[in-house]
Design a protein around this ligand. Structure first.
Ligand code: EPU
Length: 421
């Protein structure tokens, strides 16, 4: 395990490049299984979750070449249809290989996926969607077996009672090659779902309603290879915007002009951060906080993303006033705030989904452990404004989703160092 040593108190300034969207890269990598031709994906971030997904592809028999931020994948010679437990346990997105394996081979066995422990994270909506698409599902002690029925329905209407992101993606992946039409209502509309649909369309899939909550998919016989560029990561964009705001710095975020930033930046702008598009970047200036966002509730896109909630809690500790922050999506998202409290933050945990933050608080550097990806990054942000030194252990959890975090923060003037334990 590695740790970060951070000496707080430096204003961040300069330019930083925003990487490709992790949660788009992962389903797009899984989508490579849908064709026997080569797929070239650009702007794939060098992060641990990508490495784990590529390991799954290799284990299944794919040829993988990953250099810089470009991955070349060929799934012509797939040997296995089952997901190995040791790899599937590493990330929730291992689940995204199920849809393509079903579409291509009609059967799959897999263990319950791993990933960040931020709540119950069931897979019932994935399974019931597969059943509606004409598959039989068996579960035994958190191991799943799915097989295609003899008769498959030609027209399927799936209503998701939660707009699940990977659930929507999995059902799209299972539907694009099929003899029939699939309609998914209350589909997730996150930018990563849109990226996946765009890539599949380039491969020859017929998907209508992209970016809306109703997707209609007319199955085709086969898909071809393609070349596709992953969009910039709106969560990384929001994280560095918060870092600039928190430290009172001025940072230009480069390569992210195409990010749909409205859902991400509105609460930050309400708090006084200046966020302005430039020719080749988006500039964030955090000179002073003018207000606190009195209430912030996460939502499905275009709502405020749950993956930025932990960072927003840290930002709120530095603003003046009282704020209620509410994440109804995950039951354990808020549990990391006890660590901020030990640093000196004034936070009351109202219930598993809501915290009340009173600011501003002086934070003190502490020795802490990263509990999950987003909470770990939030602790890094807190350490950047804390007095004295902080040590953030289990830094690999942060590196699952943030590319070159130490290099990027150091280039902006943060005193941060990575040490292997
Ligand atoms: N849910 C169910 N049953 C299901 C599926 C979901 O009850 O079958 C519930 C979940 O327990 C949760 C809610 O529905 O309460 C929403 O979960 P969702 O399925 O949308 O989450 P996910 O697909 O597992 C993706 C991202 C997460 C992000 C969420 C919400 C990927 C690989 N992961 O997870 O990203 O928080 O959507 O936007 O796309 C992260 O990047 O740090 C991360 C956790």
């Amino acid at each position: 395990m590695a740790k970060y040593l951070i000496e707080g108190g430096n204003k961040l300034s300069g330019r930083v490049a925003i990487s490709g969207n992790k949660n788009a890269a992962l389903p797009c990598l899984a989508a490579c299984l849908l064709t026997s031709q080569e797929v070239v994906l650009h702007n794939i971030p060098q992060i641990l979750d990508v490495v784990s997904s590529l390991d799954i592809l290799k284990e299944l028999g794919a040829q993988v070449d990953f250099q810089g931020n470009t991955a070349r994948i060929n799934c012509k010679a797939i040997k296995h249809h089952d997901l190995p437990e040791s790899l599937a346990n590493k990330l929730r997105a291992s689940l995204l290989f199920v849809g393509p394996l079903l579409a291509r081979f009609g059967k799959v066995e897999f263990p319950h996926p791993g990933g960040c422990v931020i709540g119950k994270r069931g897979i019932d909506l994935h399974l019931s969607g597969f059943q509606q698409l004409g598959y039989t599902t068996h579960e035994n002690n958190f191991a799943y077996k799915i097989t295609r029925n003899r008769v498959v329905p030609s027209e399927v209407h799936i209503f998701l009672d939660i707009a699940t992101v990977t659930g929507t993606e999995n059902l799209i992946l299972a539907s694009v090659i099929r003899d029939g039409k699939t309609v998914i209502r209350n589909a997730a509309q996150e930018p990563h779902v849109v990226d996946l649909c765009r890539m599949l369309t380039l491969m020859g899939a017929k998907i209508y309603g992209i970016g809306t909550s109703t997707l209609t998919i007319e199955g085709v016989k086969e898909l071809s290879g393609t070349e596709f560029t992953i969009s910039p990561d709106h969560i990384e964009f929001g994280t560095y915007a918060i870092a600039a705001g928190l430290t009172g710095g001025e940072v230009e975020l480069v390569g992210c002009q195409t990010v749909d930033s409205d859902p991400v930046i509105w609460p930050m702008m309400k708090m006084g951060l200046s966020i302005t598009p430039q020719d080749e970047s988006i500039k964030v200036t955090g000179k002073k906080f003018t207000a606190i966002s009195p209430k912030l509730v996460t939502g499905v896109w275009p709502g405020f993303p749950t993956d930025l909630m932990s960072a927003m809690i840290v930002l709120s500790t530095q603003a003046k006033g009282v704020s209620l922050l509410h994440d109804w999506i995950f039951e354990s998202r808020m549990f990391f705030v006890d660590k901020l409290i030990t640093m000196g933050a004034n936070i009351t945990i109202a219930d598993p989904h809501r915290v009340i933050v009173s600011g501003p608080s002086r934070l003190q550097g502490k020795k802490l452990e990263s509990p999950d990806l987003r909470a770990g990054m939030a602790l890094v942000l807190a350490a950047l404004v804390a007095e004295g030194q902080s040590v953030i252990d289990r830094a690999e959890l942060i590196e699952r989703g943030y590319e070159d975090v130490v290099v990027k923060l150091a280039s902006l003037g943060a005193k941060i160092q990575r040490i292997d334990n």
